[in-house]
Design a protein around this ligand. Structure first.
Ligand SMILES: NC(=O)c1ccc[n+]([C@@H]2O[C@H](COP(=O)([O-])OP(=O)(O)OC[C@H]3O[C@@H](n4cnc5c(N)ncnc54)[C@H](O)[C@@H]3O)[C@@H](O)[C@H]2O)c1
Ligand SMILES: [Zn+2]
Length: 360
């Protein structure tokens, strides 16, 4: 696909694949732009900030879910205002999805909105979150409770950042990207499944999956940017996934929680006779490779139920889940949190978590 433009109701934006972040920063930054950067990225890549514009304020952040919160934003906003940051200045986010959400959310509220650029440095951010314009922060103990839609003005993807990612963060990115390939259909899912074990070692293949993932997401974002209809299928795995993140205190990375979430959605879909066991099993073969090493056996049904009831997509007491009828056939379904449903959750947590397959 190469570089591309995402059409947005707010403002269209470019996504550029780049090779040299330092050079791009040199070319793109104005004097008074402020860089918000993940401290880990700053330490791993000290050179990228050796840019010619020495006046740029740099705010380092710890990329934790607790930083991505109301309280976590306060010191950042204080620094911005104290530094003389103005409405015509821009924020430059460099980091993963957490840095993105923080930069995007602040950009959307400070002085009623400033421009911002994003340099995604994780697989999850490069293959998913960097487009789509969602901004979310956590509130209290629950995830992504507050936010809006505020796209960056430009995105710059430099695959070199992926070289320093941990295997867990690579898998988290793959878990997140996987849901696009299931939603897109059987051909895409098979491609993802076949390439999954190879991409961790083959950058070319990985870059192909990133591009395809963004292409699938872009096609939905451009028709339903504000997530009112078609785009909602991408909540597949997310209601359960967010509950798992909350209940494990974010010890389970987002994309890995989503991979569990997709399997739970598929389990419920089988119970409701929407999905065959065969397809659930085929998908599960892949998901097990992604979540390998992360366990959710200790989560109690009671707590799981409570966390699910806080999902922001619920309407009244009804859960709004994304279920699956097969590849390319995921759909929104209302669901009561009744005895039967709670029984299925219990069955899943108690007896469905043992490994069902050997390695692919
Ligand atoms: N706004 C959206 O549309 C959207 C979409 C999906 C997910 N999200 C959010 O994104 C977050 C998850 O994103 P993430 O997985 O990128 O998390 P993250 O930003 O926490 O990054 C994961 C870890 O990788 C480290 N890291 C970042 N870049 C690195 C690099 N190049 N090398 C080594 N380590 C690096 C970070 O410091 C962190 O420890 C969640 O909060 C999720 O809710 C937002
Ligand atoms: Zn996600």
């Amino acid at each position: 696909m190469g570089n591309f433009i995402v059409k947005s109701i707010v403002s269209d934006y470019e996504v550029n694949f780049i090779n040299n972040t330092k050079q791009t920063l040199d070319e793109e930054l104005n004097d008074a732009d402020v860089v918000i950067i993940d401290n880990i990225v700053k330490d791993l890549y000290p050179d990228i900030l050796n840019i010619k514009l020495k006046n740029n304020l740099t705010i380092g952040i710890d990329a934790r879910e607790t930083t991505k919160s109301y309280q976590g934003l306060i010191p950042i906003i204080e620094k911005l205002i104290a530094s003389g940051f103005r409405k015509n200045h821009r924020l430059i986010g460099i980091g993963g999805g957490i840095t993105q959400d923080i930069t995007a959310f602040i950009s959307s509220i400070i002085y009623r909105g400033v421009s911002w650029f994003f340099f995604p440095t994780t697989l999850l951010a490069q293959g998913d979150s960097c487009i789509g314009s969602k901004t979310s922060i956590n509130f209290g103990e629950y995830k992504n409770q507050i936010g809006g839609f505020y796209p960056p003005n430009k995105v710059f993807i430099d695959l070199n950042f992926l070289n320093s990612l941990s295997e867990a963060d690579l898998k988290s990115g793959l878990g997140e990207m996987c849901h696009y390939f299931i939603v897109a259909g059987e051909e895409d899912f098979n491609r993802f499944k076949n390439e999954y074990t190879l991409v961790l070692k083959d950058k070319e293949l990985l870059s192909g999956l990133i591009t395809r993932s963004l292409e699938i997401k872009k096609s939905y974002v451009e028709i339903d940017e504000f997530d009112k209809n078609e785009r909602q299928v991408f909540n597949y795995g997310h209601s359960f996934g967010h509950a798992i993140e909350t209940l494990t205190d974010y010890a389970i990375p987002h994309g890995i929680a989503v991979s569990y979430g997709m399997d739970i959605a598929n389990f419920i879909s089988v119970k409701l006779n929407y999905l065959t066991e065969d397809i659930r099993y085929e998908i599960r073969q892949l998901l097990e490779q992604i979540w390998d090493g992360y366990n959710i056996k200790n989560i109690s049904v009671e707590k799981f139920k409570n966390a699910l009831s806080k999902d922001k997509k619920n309407v009244g007491k009804e859960l709004r889940l994304i279920l699956c009828k097969g590849y390319g056939k995921v759909f929104k379904a209302g669901m009561q949190m009744n005895k039967e449903f709670i029984g299925w959750l219990e069955e899943y947590l108690i007896s469905s978590l043992n490994k069902v397959v050997d390695k692919l």
